[in-house]
Design a protein around this ligand. Structure first.
Ligand SMILES: C[S@@+](CC[C@H](N)C(=O)[O-])C[C@H]1O[C@@H](n2cnc3c(N)ncnc32)[C@H](O)[C@@H]1O
Length: 293
């Protein structure tokens, strides 16, 4: 999974950081809104930092004492932070971290060998179900040292990247071992695991904040097409209604769960178009808030 993610991160256009300037401004705006509400900020944590193209770390570093960057792909973070000043880099800690918890149970090797050997569908589904039952406990242990420690905690466009794309890619390579209906059932099993991972992350991201801390998240919600523009111009309700048909399930689940957890008095939501590359634009939702008591 780490290799899959590293290849995705490395496979980026030259000058992407420049191309993402507007997206980065929107992300910085979310942090600035929180800074305007927080008298002092000691520690910031960001999960999914990757190449750091969406982060203005020089700006964030002027507002805090330390920044913890987390990602499954440490190599990209090592390269990403080279774009920032030395004084900023001195405030940064890089943490190689897999938010799924799957690495702790040898999941990648086990599932890959099951699919490669054409393991019976019932055994594959049973394995996914069993793994799912333990994920919450595993990942809570992984996060334990960070609970309650960040004044601002954030996740960067991570929900749509978690587990599922890698799992479907692995299944695709071994699809000759299964019937069409079996492939559908395995993918459904993957979706259950993915949903559990999204909910675990959401839960823990709020818990990583101090009692007064804010959790910021931004996520791609759908891939834009010219015919969606009229609807998306109508505002957030129209966007959610469109996204419920053509949007990303992981993002919708995370947003819905966020809304249920947040104190509505301190909450804000915005949206923008993320010019990802020449061919792709994603409608992106940004959220910030504190967990309700
Ligand atoms: C779309 S990128 C976010 C953009 C990124 N901040 C940048 O500017 O390059 C999502 C990030 O989530 C990371 N990611 C994916 N799965 C992960 C996992 N299981 N644990 C931790 N990070 C993960 C990827 O490595 C990637 O860097």
């Amino acid at each position: 999974m780490e290799t899959f993610q590293r290849e995705m991160n490395h496979n980026r256009e030259e000058f992407r950081r420049t191309k993402w300037a507007k997206h980065r401004e929107q992300v910085t705006g979310l942090f600035d809104t929180v800074f305007s509400k927080q008298a002092s900020v000691d520690k910031i944590g960001i999960i999914g930092a990757g190449n750091c193209d969406d982060l203005d770390l020089d700006h964030l570093a002027t507002r805090c004492n330390s920044i913890y960057l987390f990602d499954i792909d440490k190599e990209s973070m090592i390269n990403g932070i080279k774009n920032f000043s030395e004084s900023t880099q001195c405030k940064i800690q890089l943490v190689e971290f897999d938010v799924t918890g799957l690495g702790k149970v040898n999941f990648e090797q086990t599932l890959t060998s099951m699919l490669l050997n054409g393991e019976g569908i019932e055994n594959v589904l049973e394995y996914l179900l069993k793994t799912n039952e333990h994920l919450s406990e595993i990942i809570h242990k992984e996060f334990a040292e960070y609970i309650g420690s960040f004044d601002v905690f954030a996740t960067s466009a991570i929900y749509t990247q978690l587990f599922y794309n890698w799992a479907v890619d692995t299944l695709e390579k071994n699809k000759h071992n299964y019937e069409q209906m079996e492939l559908i059932r395995i993918k459904d099993g993957f979706l259950d695991v993915r949903d559990q991972i999204v909910l675990n992350l959401q839960n823990l991201a709020f818990k990583c904040c101090t009692t007064k801390g804010f959790y910021i998240t931004w996520t791609d919600i759908l891939k834009m097409k010219p015919e969606y523009t009229q609807t998306t111009n109508q505002g957030i309700n129209a966007i959610f209604s469109l996204a419920s048909n053509v949007g990303y399930g992981a993002a919708l689940l995370a947003i819905q769960d966020y809304m249920g957890k947040v104190d509505r008095r301190e909450f804000s939501l915005c949206h923008w178009l993320w010019e990802f590359n020449e061919d792709k634009q994603y409608l992106t939702i940004g959220l910030l808030g504190k967990m309700k008591n």
